[in-house]
Ligand binder design. Structure first.
Ligand SMILES: Nc1ncnc2c1ncn2[C@@H]1O[C@H](COP(=O)(O)OP(=O)(O)O)[C@@H](O)[C@H]1O
Ligand SMILES: [Mg+2]
Ligand SMILES: [Zn+2]
Length: 450
């Protein structure tokens, strides 16, 4: 049973309308709406009609038994490994290294489990050339070059692997639909078919999706609700560092990160990531903060450059923290430290451009700004942790213990933190000099006095 219907789908955000608009009503992008013919098939519903509800008490609560991706950093981001029958979407810009990490992982997993790698973008020979450069071993690894969804599904069923990899979702298509590969309805339709297949057969699926420059997964963005886990693979074109970041995870915490370096022989895990985002220099305008990314504490430098402005509106730019956060910190400094920052341009950049989401980096940003402004280096070998409240108070930080632990491990001598519980302070007494502060003024007086 099938019926054809024509809809208009925004290729940017995936919203659907019944008529054409020059501009998407949902995301406001121009000329992004494309007519797509959808063929609604109800194959799965028909097959599944024999399913019945069961008494809740009869369900056994087996513990999830994950299997390793072969990389500790990848496992961490997944929440401890790959969950059988789960669907993971790995997104990233073209050329960032998605095929590379997945192929390395496929090789490692295949030493213990059966893996099927479906290459829809590259030929078998191209994959083999990469494989040889990566110098991997494999045992139970099958490879299949195909773009036709039905053939892919047949092959997955036939091979019945523990993990199937689709590289990439934009390159495969369902012939029963008239829209072109990579269009929103193709991507959605193919994914939901694959999803059903994975759930019914308890096969884990790793789906690669390309993202566009503005950071939105074109097409795949609309899949985020469908899959169990969404992981972004990030990096810039200058440095060789790559970051895996989970942005959705039904089986683990989000905002977990894994850090790699891209080398000729493939991606290598970085064992001591704090070392790559800090410089340990004691110069004006630079502080070190310790953020929490998922379950991991990470030291990151915060650099500020504050200059007298030549513009009627002073310039404010940030790399690695949100611009709104900077505006707020500047307002707090203006009001509670009494410095007229409206006369100054202010640029902020984190070490390596690392994107910090932890608000306890505020204090480091504030001290960096004042340090640059006054041209005084902050207290030597120090680290700053604390979220700035709007009334100038320094608010509590999450996971302060693990952050202080990390500072100790890195050999940092002084740490400026919000008020601690007494017991915590005692624990660290001989390891690091802890300065507890309750507002920004105290922090400034302590850290920037010559
Ligand atoms: N011979 C090589 N030596 C070192 N790095 C390479 C080599 N060939 C490719 N790379 C790296 O691999 C990247 C492409 O990785 P790939 O996994 O194909 O990306 P994606 O699948 O995300 O498009 C290149 O941008 C480059 O950094
Ligand atoms: Mg690729
Ligand atoms: Zn739109």
């Amino acid at each position: 049973m099938s019926s054809k219907l024509s809809t208009f789908i925004c290729q940017n955000c995936g919203s659907e309308t019944s008529q054409y608009f020059g501009r998407c009503l949902n995301c406001n992008s121009w000329n992004s709406i494309v007519e797509e013919i959808k063929t609604r098939r109800s194959k799965y519903q028909e097959i599944k009609n024999n399913k019945k509800s069961i008494p809740f008490n009869e369900i056994s609560s087996k513990k999830i038994s994950r299997f390793t991706s072969g990389f500790r950093e990848f496992d961490r981001v997944l929440g401890g490994g790959i969950v059988p029958g789960s669907v993971v979407l790995l997104g990233g810009e073209p050329g960032i290294g998605k095929s590379t990490i997945v192929l390395q992982s496929a090789g490692k997993i295949s030493l213990n489990e059966k893996v099927l790698y479906i290459t829809a973008e590259e030929s078998l020979e191209q994959v083999k050339i990469r494989w040889e450069r990566l110098n991997q071993n494999s045992i139970d690894l099958q490879i299949f070059a195909e773009t036709n969804l039905s053939l892919i599904i047949e092959e997955i069923k036939r091979v019945n692997p523990r993990l199937a990899i689709i590289d990439s979702i934009q390159a495969i298509h369902n012939h029963e639909m008239q829209s072109s590969p990579g269009s929103v309805s193709q991507v959605r339709e193919c994914s939901s078919e694959l999803q059903n297949l994975a759930k019914d057969n308890n096969i884990a699926l790793l789906i690669i999706g390309h993202v566009t420059k503005d950071g939105a997964l074109a097409g795949p963005k609309t899949l985020e609700h469908l899959v169990d886990t969404v992981i972004n693979f990030e990096g810039d074109n200058i440095s060789s560092h790559r970051l895996l970041r989970s942005i959705k995870n039904r089986f683990g915490s989000t905002f977990e990160i894994g850090i790699f370096e891209m080398l000729e022989e493939g991606l290598q895990e970085i064992k001591n990531p704090s070392s790559i985002f800090t410089n340990k220099e004691n110069i004006s305008g630079v502080t070190t903060t310790i953020t929490n990314e998922g379950t991991r504490p990470l030291a990151v430098d915060i650099q500020a450059l504050v200059n007298k402005t030549f513009y009627s509106n002073p310039r404010r730019t940030t790399t690695g923290i949100s611009i709104n956060r900077l505006h707020q910190i500047l307002a707090v400094l203006e009001k509670h430290v009494g410095i007229k920052l409206s006369e100054f341009d202010c640029y902020i950049a984190t070490g390596g451009g690392f994107e910090i989401n932890d608000p306890s980096s505020d204090l480091g940003v504030a001290i960096s700004i004042l340090s640059s402004l006054k041209n005084i280096p902050p207290l030597a070998s120090s680290s700053f942790i604390g979220e700035l409240g709007l009334s100038g108070q320094v608010r509590k930080s999450n996971n302060l213990r693990t952050k202080i632990d990390e500072a100790v491990r890195l050999g940092i001598k002084n740490i400026v933190v919000p008020k601690l519980e007494e017991e915590l302070n005692k624990n660290f007494q001989n390891l690091i000099n802890i300065k507890e502060i309750s507002n920004i003024k105290e922090a400034v007086d302590y850290s920037l006095s010559k």
